[in-house]
Design a protein around this ligand. Structure first.
Ligand code: SF4
Ligand code: SF4
Length: 259
């Protein structure tokens, strides 16, 4: 191995065939995992000197906002755009860096996975504010939100559906329908919106299904890995209480507006 170089060990393949492939790259100031993958793309020659196919990965904003470049870097779920090569070498005490795709989502190819399940869960919990033009929008959207609430909700709104929380959650697995923590936290965000409140009962009922709130085992891995520091377990606890109240209301015939 050349002086001033490092090894990128990359998981390759599709659902039919997988293997590890190593690449030797030069340590350059400011390089991150994405720039290393781009280097391989421009010159796809592995450590054995063989010409290979360029590695497939996803990327978007390159500023940790879109979440698409998420993968396992040295075994930790995170975004590759903010993973600096020098930091990884220092923190891992090794000149070998390992890249692998998330394991909780279907593999497409190499480092790309299909996160459709997360987006379907967001649809299920109505992770939006309906604005179809039939409402009195001046009234619905005119309601003021205080600064404390704004502050609490802002952090929830930074979720980028990256999937790091689901990847780290032991309850998200092939034997469980659990949707993971991110959509639950998004239900909290939209339940608190002045217009989003209208659909709060539907969101809570969706979360009472078998893939919803009951799936959480409170292992708390999700809050530890969330790059946006979203208080996921707080959201899960809050939504859990609200969902229970909703279930009681539905069982007893109390109106949605009643306590
Ligand atoms: S809650 Fe955090 S870890 Fe989970 S998808 Fe959103 S940003 Fe990613
Ligand atoms: S607290 Fe719940 S959602 Fe978070 S990692 Fe644990 S089981 Fe998963």
């Amino acid at each position: 191995m050349k002086e001033n170089s490092y090894t990128l060990r990359v998981y390759r393949g599709t659902s039919d065939k997988q293997f590890w492939e190593e690449f030797e790259l030069e340590r350059t100031k400011g390089a991150n995992v994405i720039s290393a993958l781009m280097e391989i793309q421009a010159n796809p020659i592995n450590k054995l000197g063989e010409t290979t196919t360029p590695v497939a990965w996803e990327q978007g904003c390159l500023e940790e906002v879109c979440g698409s470049c998420s993968m396992l870097i040295n075994g930790r779920p995170r975004q590759s755009c903010t993973a600096l090569i020098e930091d990884l070498i220092i923190s891992g005490k090794s000149t070998t860096i390992t890249l692998a795709p998330f394991t909780k989502f279907p593999l497409i190819r190499d480092l790309c996975v299909d996160r459709t399940k997360m987006f379907e869960s967001l649809k299920k919990v109505r992770s939006w504010v309906s604005a179809d033009g039939t409402w009195d929008t001046t009234k619905q959207f005119g309601e003021k939100v205080g600064p404390e609430v704004q502050e609490a909700l802002y952090v929830l709104s930074t979720c980028m559906t990256c999937g790091c929380c689901s990847e780290s959650c032991p309850q998200v697995n092939d034997h469980s329908p659990f949707m993971g923590p991110a959509p639950i936290s998004q239900a909290r965000l939209f339940n608190a919106h002045p217009a989003g409140k209208n659909e709060k009962p539907e969101r809570l009922r969706a979360l009472l299904d078998e893939d919803g709130i009951a799936g959480c085992g409170n292992a708390q891995n999700c809050v530890r890995v969330c790059p946006k520091k979203i208080p996921l377990t707080e959201s899960i606890a809050l939504i859990g209480r609200e969902a229970t109240k909703q279930a009681i209301k539905d069982a007893t015939g109390l109106s949605d507006s009643g306590d």
